[in-house]
Design a protein around this ligand. Structure first.
Ligand code: PLP
Length: 428
């Protein structure tokens, strides 16, 4: 049962044998808390090898929006596995990818309608950057190799994506020497910053391929929210100075902020959008970089060198596309908007007591994202362990404790999550 932390036993053999050989993400291997052996997942629950169940507060890095082991997705993947797990996408086509591309085009605003599939969020960002740079080359205006990106931003762990994240202020500062230099500036969330960005663009637009931003929520950089007006301003600036606008909706896409895509809330269509994470409902790695016709048409030519030279081996993997199609079925048939609204009000109500606690800097909620920002967290490992002891899986980073549960989490399990956050924050 969730929260029953009493029954601990020896980990299974595969665990001890394998632990000596794996290298864990974002972890100091010497001091990291040992990872928890998981044998099963269901809904919002993670079942450990020793029988304990944890309520999952972050839906596996925000991917599992419909909850784990969702039968409709599972069945779709199983059917596809029987028929054909994968074929290369160069020279071969398959129904799941073609159907998915068509459905994404119908779902996305305006003419965001040409879908380039890849296999992770970071790669989708790399593809977006290549598209933007080559867009200008193909139009006879080469030399635009730089991007404007934002402090507090995060776009992935590959080299290009790191370079447009907040290099100095983020987790990749060590690699500053490796990375190409872009303009990492403040979001235009006030008049002064807007004017500064306008000036930068006026001076440097000829070097700049595009502006890349996480719309509404800067996720892994600190779960910071901004207003829709910021996106409208960026759109106006991109238009005026003729640079492309890229929205990285890898975190915000598929309902997380309360609209299907964050760009809808702002009434703004970017030139390129990146999607991943919840695209497959948290089951298989798949990503998409989707371009408007304006961008696509710059590549449409009799000249081979105007083609986009990119093509991952597992591009448009059929299992991933089947999972994504099934996830979209669920978005069509389930009242996900209501689910997100319920999660949102549960987070608001449940996290509110933290606001007046010692060491708490801010409590904020947007859609199905709840954040308690602390002044600081001295020992992340210790705080993570406190959550496990409370029977929940919550993974604070930097100075934020956040919840991004599945949209389908039952109210009592959501309450267990928020109660655990309140209890742990009170104890800090
Ligand atoms: N972009 C954003 C906004 C993200 O939140 C992330 C991952 O957290 C990425 C890109 C990178 O995605 P992936 O981890 O699939 O490479």
């Amino acid at each position: 049962m969730a929260g029953d932390t009493s029954k601990k036993s020896e980990p299974p053999d595969w665990y001890a044998d394998g632990l000596k050989h794996v290298w864990l993400p974002y972890a100091q291997m010497k001091t990291v808390n040992p990872p928890l052996p998981v044998v099963h997942t269901q809904g919002s629950r993670i079942v450990l090898a020793d029988g304990r169940e944890l309520i999952d507060g972050i839906a596996s890095w925000w991917t599992a929006c419909h909850g784990y082991n969702q039968p409709h997705i599972r069945q779709a993947v199983a059917r596809q596995l029987e028929r054909m797990p994968h074929v290369m996408f160069g020279g071969l086509a398959h129904e799941q990818a073609f159907q998915l591309a068509q459905r994404l085009a119908a779902l996305l605003p305006s003419d965001l309608s040409r879908v380039f599939f890849s296999d992770s969020g970071s790669v989708a960002v790399e593809v977006a950057m290549k598209m933007a740079v080559q867009y200008w080359i193909n139009r006879g205006a080469g030399g635009r190799n730089q991007f404007i990106a934002f402090k507090g931003g995060y776009h992935g762990d590959t080299t290009g994506a790191m370079a447009v994240s907040d290099v100095e202020g983020g987790m990749h500062a060590l690699f500053a020497g490796l990375l190409p230099k872009h303009h990492i500036v403040e979001l235009p969330d006030n008049e002064q910053r807007l004017a500064a960005l306008d000036t930068l663009l006026a001076q440097r637009a000829g070097d700049i391929a595009g502006i890349i931003v996480e719309p509404l929520v800067q996720g892994a950089g600190g779960m910071c929210f901004h207003e829709t007006q910021v996106l409208q301003r960026l759109h106006a600036l991109a238009d005026r100075h003729e640079v492309l606008l890229i929205f990285d909706e890898i975190f915000t896409g598929f309902g997380r902020t309360g609209t299907m895509f964050a760009c809808e809330a702002a009434g703004v269509t970017p030139d390129i959008i990146t999607l991943s994470k919840a695209l497959t409902g948290g089951t298989l790695p798949l990503a998409a970089t989707v371009a408007t016709l304006k961008v696509f048409e710059a590549f449409w030519s009799d000249e081979p060198q105007k083609a986009l030279m990119h093509g991952p081996s597992y591009m448009a993997n059929a299992l991933g596309c089947a999972a994504a199609n099934a996830s979209l079925d669920l978005f069509e048939r389930e009242p996900w908007l209501q689910h997100v609204a319920l999660v949102s009000s549960g987070l608001l109500q449940g996290l509110e007591p933290c606001r007046s606690m010692r060491g708490v800097k801010d409590v904020r909620v947007k859609g199905a994202i709840g954040v308690v920002e602390m002044e600081s967290i001295a020992d992340l490992n210790a705080v993570r362990a406190l959550f496990i002891a409370e029977g929940v899986f919550v993974r604070p980073f930097g100075n934020v404790i956040y919840l991004t549960p599945a949209f389908t989490i039952p109210p009592d399990e959501l309450k267990m999550l928020t109660d655990a956050v309140v209890k742990v924050v009170r104890a800090l």
